[in-house]
Write a protein that binds this ligand. Sequence first.
Ligand SMILES: [Zn+2]
Length: 550
Amino acid sequence: MEKYILYARKSTDTEDKQVLSIDAQLAELRKYAKDNNLTVIDELIEKRTAKSPGRPIFNEMLSRLQSGEANGILAWHPDRLARNSVDGGQIIYLLDQTSLNFLRFPVFQFENTSQGKFMLSIMFGQSKYYVDNLSENTKRGLRARVRNGDFPSTAPFGYLNDIRNKSIVVDKRYSPLVREMFDRYAKGDQTMENLAVFLKENGAITRGGKLFKDDKVKGILQNPFYYGHFLYNGELHEGRHTPIVSKALWDKVQTVIEQRGHKQPQIKPTIPFLGLLKCAYCGMSITAETKTKTQKNGNTHSWTYYRCSRKKRAVKCVEPAIREKDLLPQLSALLGEYEMSDDIYDFMTDKIAQDEQAESSSNLSLLDDLRMQIARLNAKQKILLDSYLDQDIDRQTFLAKKSEILSEKKSLEESLANLTTNQNAWIEPMQNWLNTAKSICSLRETDDLNGQKAVLSEIFGSNLFLHRKTLTQTPNGESPKTTFRKGAESGFCLWQKLGNLNQKIAHSGEDLDFFSEMVPRGGFEPPTLGLEVLCSIQLSYQGAYLIIPK
Ligand SMILES: [Zn+2]
């Protein structure tokens, strides 16, 4: 009489995904028993893996076989029974002892002969071999994927795992948020908390279904994945996925994070020109205060004044405070020195359009140069890998040097891409500048004080002082010997040129040949000054416009 114990084992190993689930196993085995008229005295379900010996249900089954309660086992496949040599040996031993006489598997034919037992032991051995090799195979597979540029893990926020192609694709829903986060943070006035709120407002949640906290936000901003590389096992790799942000923007964000450290940025001032001015006497920043007074008749009266913060202890500062109503006209007048008339604006816009057409071949040598540098780095990277594989250098040196090369290469590739796909990249910032300069006219007529402040800080940077209630560009209150304006050091200051031009026009009182003042001899071509200016398009176009040969 054949009496079977039905044995099903659930797999907890991820590699067994293709194996039938426990329900499917049971269903198949019951059907098999019915079709073959097998007597099943019990169904045992094991939930432990068969990698190592010591499964309670399996052991129970063996003792019940030994006690003669049953003499056969019905299971899906030999690998359900044993994947380690101890369990496999026990099954064979019971067969030898004849406590176990029948083994039935829907997918494997077993005959209780010496040859059958030999085959069975091979099946068990194969299972063991499979287990042994599994982790190694998985690792090897991962390494191969990594070498191909595939990130072998869960896609970061803003990306999705494409299961079918085993690739990582841009998430159309969240990737714009990621780009926006980088843009915002690069400006330097955002905190991780702000960005967490930003994500919350836009309905973004983590994969775990939670809201983003500061540390997660920081993790996003510091992840090289977003510009096209990825870290795996502490090593930086070139990815095949589409970048969401440029390397330049990513670098900028890292600089801001570094500069800021753990410091929180200052709370945005509610008083419009806070943070713009410095005291001419002691150099400390000018702060503002608002006073409110209730008059006897119950009316309240409030006014704002600006004064030196007097943070420098050693100096007894004597600069007087100034009322906002006295300061605003001065700021507005100063701004007026830099507004751009429609004439100049139109002329410049035309000129840009002309030069946009003319510009084409001048970048060729630069392109060649870039391509050569990239090729050189590729060769270098190969040599580096060779010397690592030859064990000439240790892993740490290899990793450090490799990230260095990859980083440099990425920047060059970006410059190349900028230059090839967007040869006229200088036009947009130039046009933006023209628009800002032109907008000053209308800006002065509005009460958009924050807008005025933004333009003033663009023109003057941190070189605007208060001296005896008067605006000045020199810290000691004397008439300016040199301009302190932003960008003046490098001779690239468009604002300065515009200011000079406006002065000339005002003094001459007639139509001046202002165009010679604004336009350098070389015309509007973008610069071929070398690689260092490519990192900042803004600088590069200003360089082209403002190196004026006398
Ligand atoms: Zn002072």
